[in-house]
Design a protein around this ligand. Structure first.
Ligand SMILES: [Zn+2]
Length: 323
């Protein structure tokens, strides 16, 4: 349409400047042009066509297993985490640094606003996703896992699996057409030496005075020895057990609430936030025999189980992020 307007102008100018032999009525030509051409703004932007969503439901997200295999493979030293760098564990300063740079870039690649939150002895990776509905002051949802490991082994289950859930939820929620709450995806440093990174994030959250809807921390989702597909909720705040059960039941996932404090959710509970830890049946006794050992490797992860619990997490968070 811009071309049609330009042609009309050129024809008027051309007739006025060059066509001296035959009298014409350029004003009439122009009037005809504008009468037959619908009036439009010449500088109207071309309507943006949104990218198609990767998947409309968690069950349709065929990318989950390959994505989680890639994430855990890099974190647990099966593949390079960056060119020339293979991680034996994620306990030393150098290896935690390599892991966090990879995770920062992986979250940024999904279009999230990512920063490193430094505290005295380490750094958390914090990726923020704004709401789509313009209610920036709405209560925040926090989704977390720790990226450090013990020095004994590569930490594929502990907590490569939790990190892989956080990255999958970030990828899915960033693609949702509607979000009424902001979401922070946080990868905590130094969980293994005393929930240090999560305590630093919580301290900043309190300083900021941010309203928080709920906190969901994932730690070890790698093993289902008895094949019942169950998940454990660690010390869930009121309401969260019902939320997970609501979505677990149609998926055939038994949800067991137990009391357990030895993971990052405890940093939030301690400060009065609504929080839950989510993991395999660590308290119930159906958990990986490779916990905190050199054998906590990529090849021992039950990716089908991880995928089912990831989809439960997607159901829960997609429900929670929309009012
Ligand atoms: Zn852990």
């Amino acid at each position: 349409m811009r071309n049609a307007v330009a042609w009309a102008l050129a024809s008027i100018i051309g007739l006025a400047a060059c066509d001296t032999s035959t009298p014409r009525a350029p004003a009439v030509d122009a009037a005809v042009d504008t009468a037959t051409d619908p009036p439009i703004a010449v500088d109207a932007p071309v309507a943006a066509v949104p990218d198609p969503r990767e998947c409309d439901t968690p069950d349709a997200c065929a990318w989950i297993e390959a994505y989680q295999r890639d994430v855990i493979g890099r974190l647990a030293g099966r593949e390079e985490v960056s060119p020339g760098v293979m991680l034996a564990h994620r306990a030393s300063v150098a290896e935690r640094t390599a892991a966090r740079v990879y995770l920062r870039d992986a979250l940024a690649a999904r279009g999230l606003d990512v920063r490193l939150q430094a505290y005295a002895t380490g750094q958390n990776v914090v990726a923020s996703l704004p709401p789509t509905s313009g209610t920036a002051a709405a209560a925040r949802i926090v989704v977390g896992a720790h990226y450090d490991s013990v020095p004994a082994g590569p930490g594929a289950a502990d907590d490569g699996t939790g990190v892989a859930i956080v990255l999958a939820t970030a990828r899915y929620l960033a693609d949702l057409p509607r979000r009424d709450h902001p979401v922070d995806f946080v990868l905590f440093d130094q969980e293994e030496i005393g929930l240090v990174g999560s305590a630093a994030y919580v301290a900043a959250l309190r300083d900021e005075g941010a309203a928080v809807d709920s906190v969901h921390c994932f730690d070890m989702v790698s093993f289902d020895g008895d094949g019942d597909g169950a998940v454990e909720l660690w010390s869930p705040s009121a309401g969260l057990e019902d939320l997970y059960r609501l979505h677990g039941t149609p998926r055939g996932i038994p949800v067991h609430a137990v009391t357990f404090a030895s993971s990052d959710h405890q940093s939030f509970l301690r400060r009065g936030f609504v929080a839950v830890g989510v993991g395999e049946e660590f308290v119930g006794g159906d958990h990986t025999p490779h916990y905190h050992r050199a054998t906590d490797t990529f090849d021992r992860i039950d990716f089908a189980y991880l995928g089912r619990i990831t989809r439960l997490a997607l159901d829960v968070l997609a429900d929670r992020v929309v009012d």
